[in-house]
Design a protein around this ligand. Structure first.
Ligand code: ATP
Ligand code: MG
Ligand code: MG
Length: 551
């Protein structure tokens, strides 16, 4: 046992191991390849792969690919990449539910032979009507008493493609009066003529999730099958299927346990909804940095350490809720503050001319890469007569006592450089400030002014002749609502300020900046270089230095 923290699933595993129900545990992570993984999946990945690691068991990656209509090979590749990026590798080969199609078929015939399944020709509306409601018991299908021999023949014909899509389905023969709707003769197989990404046109019948999932778990020897709370009722069906198949009806067969899914404020967390955002071009793609997808978070500059820490902090429970976005953001800041090298970038530049600095002179100065971590060393920065500072760091007159930036006749220190004092400025035709004229005090490099003047405030800058042009993409929350509920009116709920693009200047050292790697642009926030635009300097804003969100 290696419990850094505990939860009801770990307690269950401890009991099962103590009672020698299993000698070791096996979990699985079973994504359907119908979209990209999101941060909710990360919760499940850290849970499943994490348990296997802590208990020295196994965790399979299994593509739950039983619906050819919605799935695609491109999603398989993206999912594999995301899992690797999160730091996990799967035990043995990747599994596919579609590799078990023959076995599923064999088990379906076993159920028919035991008079526990039948082919039903009611259409989907009729099936729903016959099924009844929670208040009204269901009614038996007229096809419920077809003979075993006839059902075997009908299933074989379904498989051979002799019926149309939707013409009939295979159903479990369970209990039309059950208080669990999923036990009222659930559909186990349906007909589909789409081409499957793994099995091509070999099959015309495809098993439903409830039928395929428990059998896949059992075939692989999964001991603890962890899923989200929506499947709580379906556990009855999971157990019913395995208990009625001779190969699996043993005490050490897999068991299902449910935990609450992750929901996050200001975003949506379902592949179907994320797909809508992509299809309707409300975002640039699955990996748009505003998306809660693993690939979006990665492109935005979130680290796997931060995502893991976040999932640890929220824990595993059975309480359905919406997680405060700040928990994620604090985890990200906590990590980036430690790992991100400091650099300077001017997001909305105005020019500064240091009038008393010699024309043509260029000084090389040094600035610490991390103020709290000397081992990260220092980097070269430059100083000359021409600099850039941020528009927000200069005001014509001092607006209030708290103002600690540059103004006419107000001194300020430039980070890792000199103290300067503004004298005058130029504007363009619209009255916007374009250039500030200043003087510098040559005796203030790395020290306070000799005469004891107090300099309040440090601002960042970039030397102009060596500065590199850069694009900054400033991201904010995707939606304006904390909880979208069932509201699918995405267009009206989108935050119109979720992406603001500015063009500015960065230190020359940023020419070699690595994509997806966190940098702190001093006083501006954490950024990373965009991973889709290698020939340009584009920086995605990961997060502010401090929480400035008003909720
Ligand atoms: P979605 O509704 O986002 O499409 P899903 O459950 O249909 O999710 P799958 O690909 O089937 O997506 O999920 C793979 C695994 O990830 C499942 O075991 C599922 O329980 C888990 N999972 C999916 N979404 C979440 C979530 N929001 N929080 C925790 N686990 C999740
Ligand atoms: Mg699913
Ligand atoms: Mg889904």
């Amino acid at each position: 046992k290696n419990n850094t923290y505990t939860n009801f699933i770990r307690n269950q595993i401890d009991i099962d191991l103590e009672q020698k129900l299993h000698t070791s545990i096996q979990t699985r992570f079973p994504p359907e390849p119908n979209g990209y993984l999101h941060i909710g999946h990360a919760k499940s990945i850290f849970l499943n792969f994490g348990l296997a690691k802590d208990y020295k068991g196994r965790c399979n990656l299994r593509f739950d690919d039983t619906n050819p209509t919605k799935e695609d090979i491109k999603f398989i590749d993206a999912i594999k990449e995301d899992i690797k990026w999160l730091g996990f590798s799967w035990d043995g080969n990747i599994k596919y539910s579609s590799h078990y199609f023959k076995q599923f078929y064999k088990y379906a015939t076993e159920l028919i032979n035991k008079n526990l399944a039948y082919v039903c020709f009611l259409d989907s509306d009729e099936i729903r009507t016959y099924r009844g409601t929670l208040k009204k018991v269901g009614q038996d299908s007229p096809y419920r008493n077809t003979s075993i021999a006839k059902n075997l023949e009908l299933l074989a014909k379904m498989k051979a493609g002799k019926f149309l899509e939707g013409e009939c389905v295979l159903r479990g023969k369970i209990d039309m009066r059950s208080s669990f709707m999923c036990m009222r003769d659930p559909t186990l197989y349906r007909i589909r003529f789409d081409k499957h990404h793994q099995t091509s046109n070999q099959w015309h019948i495809y098993p439903m999730y409830d039928f395929a999932h428990c059998i896949s778990d059992a075939i692989e020897g999964v001991t603890h099958s962890l899923c989200t709370l929506e499947f709580q009722d379906n556990r009855r069906l999971y157990d019913w299927i395995l208990e009625n198949l001779d190969d699996f009806n043993k005490p050490n067969r897999p068991h299902q346990y449910e935990f609450s899914r992750l929901n996050l404020e200001y975003t949506v967390m379902s592949k179907r909804k994320l797909q809508l955002l992509v299809e309707n071009k409300l975002v640039s793609g699955w990996d748009d940095p505003r998306m809660p997808t693993i690939s979006g978070l990665r492109r935005r500059g979130y680290t796997k350490v931060a995502i893991r820490e976040f999932t640890n902090r929220i824990g595993i429970s059975k309480v359905d809720n919406i997680t405060d976005m700040k928990i994620l953001e604090v985890a990200v800041r906590d990590n980036l503050n430690i790992v991100a090298p400091r650099t300077m970038g001017v997001i909305n530049p105005i020019r500064v001319i240091i009038e008393n600095y010699p024309e043509g002179k260029l000084e090389t100065l040094q600035s610490p890469t991390h103020p709290q971590n000397k081992t990260m060393g220092k980097r070269d920065i430059f100083f000359s007569r021409k600099l850039y500072i941020d528009r927000a760091d200069f005001k014509e007159t001092v607006p209030n006592k708290k103002f600690r930036r540059l103004a006419i006749n107000k001194e300020v220190r430039l980070r890792s450089a000199y103290v300067i004092n503004a004298t005058t400025f130029d504007t363009d035709l619209n009255g916007n400030i374009t250039t500030v004229y200043a003087t510098y005090d040559p005796d203030t490099l790395g020290k306070n002014p000799k005469d004891g003047r107090k300099i309040k405030g440090v601002i960042h800058f970039v030397e102009a002749t060596k500065a590199l042009k850069a694009e900054f993409r400033l991201y904010d929350r995707l939606f304006i609502l904390k909880d979208l509920g069932k509201n699918n009116n995405f267009e009206q709920l989108l935050n119109t300020q979720s992406l603001i693009i500015t063009y500015g200047m960065v230190e020359p050292s940023m020419a070699n900046s690595k994509p997806e790697f966190a940098y702190q642009f001093e006083r501006e926030g954490y950024f990373c270089r965009d991973n889709q635009s290698s020939n340009k300097l584009i920086f995605n804003k990961t997060i502010n230095l401090h929480d400035t969100w008003k909720s």
